[in-house]
Design a protein around this ligand. Structure first.
Ligand SMILES: [Zn+2]
Length: 152
């Protein structure tokens, strides 16, 4: 996000202290990105996912949380946001570290998605390249994500 985009979002939302910023997919099945920022611009969580509506597949490519916001439900909230794009689709993940495997095993039980690590995806998801898109506030997360004391 360039400075002008970030300044514009802050000016338009003067009372917001936590920003769920979404970069939509540039083309079908290309990656989407959500980052969570405080008002100072500190980025403390990130989710990257791709969805193919043709093949009814989704993949979580990356999820990362700063240590201070781990184990408070933020990861689950971000996973739920990705799944909104295809609640009944076949969801997998990129290959995972042992810690990531534990996280996705919990998410699989919670959501019913398989989240198989490193599974094959489809030609659309594999074949598409990232393009530049403009960031917008994710209205759903802005409205529904709970307040947690250690989150900005
Ligand atoms: Zn596909």
């Amino acid at each position: 996000m360039d400075d002008a985009e970030w300044q514009w979002i802050r000016i338009r939302h003067p009372w917001t202290h936590r920003f769920f910023i979404h970069w939509p997919d540039a083309t079908p099945a290309s990656h989407q990105n959500i980052r969570v920022y405080d008002r100072q611009g500190l980025d403390y969580a990130r989710l990257v996912w791709k969805v193919c509506h043709t093949c009814r597949r989704g993949v979580i490519s990356k999820i990362s949380l700063s240590p201070e916001v781990q184990r408070q439900g933020l990861g689950a909230i971000l996973i739920d946001r990705a799944l909104r794009d295809g609640p009944t689709y076949d969801w997998t993940t990129s290959p995972q570290s042992p810690e990531g495997k534990t996280f996705f095993a919990v998410m699989a039980v919670r959501t019913g998605a398989s989240f198989t690590g490193g599974a094959k995806t489809c030609e659309h998801i594999n074949g598409v390249r990232a393009g530049r898109t403009h960031p917008v506030l994710d209205r759903h997360l802005q409205r529904t994500a709970p307040r947690v004391p250690s989150w900005p």
